[in-house]
Design a protein around this ligand. Structure first.
Ligand SMILES: [Zn+2]
Length: 242
């Protein structure tokens, strides 16, 4: 890559920056004329070397008549404002571009624009909320289809945002956002569902305990009955002693 200035960051100096002021003041004062060049048969000029490279980023080498000096000029594509510079001819297009960037311009192969035009064209930034990866979003929608009761606007028993997030290995924030977009707020605080789940669990345990205890009581009664039978059927003598 021969022209690496394309990726330069573009710091914008303040409009009242002395360089900008000087530049804006000077731009009308410089009278320039095209320099003599070698020409093709059809009269078009043949740029060479540095001029050819500089031309790629919109620069033209001109002669400053008044000061009898060489100037490099570039013209803003937006407003037509020229910017003329007395850089040494030994400079490189890279440095030319860098200099312009410092002045707030964008100068590269495609764009040559002044600070004012850049600021005018800068879009008003709407806050961009990055959405989740579409694949992840689809999986979340699928999980909500399965575990969310749309009519009640509640998760089905045993599920909530955190559990969906954990089951899909995504962040809870994304699940909450998508669930809210799709179904709105929950009909009630999820704590109630948790409490209901706990209650249901205790009821089930109670029922199980009841069954287990009933069978233990039955066993117990059986033992009692067995002993009563044994005593009843024992010899009369023993019975008298008792
Ligand atoms: Zn401009």
């Amino acid at each position: 890559m021969r022209l690496p200035w394309k990726n330069l960051p573009i710091p914008l100096p303040p409009r009242e920056h002395p360089i900008i002021t000087a530049l804006l003041a000077a731009r009308d004062e410089i009278k320039v004329e095209e320099m003599a060049h070698k020409t093709r048969a059809d009269g078009s000029r043949i740029p060479t070397g540095l001029e050819a490279d500089a031309a790629l980023i919109g620069f033209k080498k001109v002669h400053d008549v008044e000061h009898n000096a060489t100037r490099w000029t570039v013209v803003c594509q937006g407003c037509g404002t020229p910017s003329a510079h007395g850089w040494p001819t030994a400079t490189s297009p890279t440095n030319m571009a860098r200099n312009m960037v410092r002045l707030g311009w964008i100068v590269d192969r495609k764009v040559q624009k002044c600070l004012e035009c850049i600021e005018k064209e800068r879009p008003v930034k709407a806050p961009v909320i990055a959405g989740p990866d579409p694949k992840i979003a689809r999986r979340i929608y699928a999980a909500l289809d399965e575990h969310f009761d749309e009519a009640k606007r509640l998760y089905r028993s045993g599920w909530d945002d955190l559990k969906v997030a954990a089951s899909l290995e995504v962040s809870a924030e994304i699940v909450i956002r998508i669930r809210k977009e799709a179904y709105g707020d929950l009909a009630e605080d999820p704590i109630f569902q948790t409490l209901r789940d706990d209650l249901e669990m205790l009821r089930m345990e109670g029922a199980e305990l009841g069954i287990r205890m009933a069978s233990q009581i039955e066993e117990h009664h059986a033992k009692i009955t067995a002993l009563e039978v044994r005593i009843a059927s024992a010899p009369a003598l023993r019975k008298a002693v008792c």
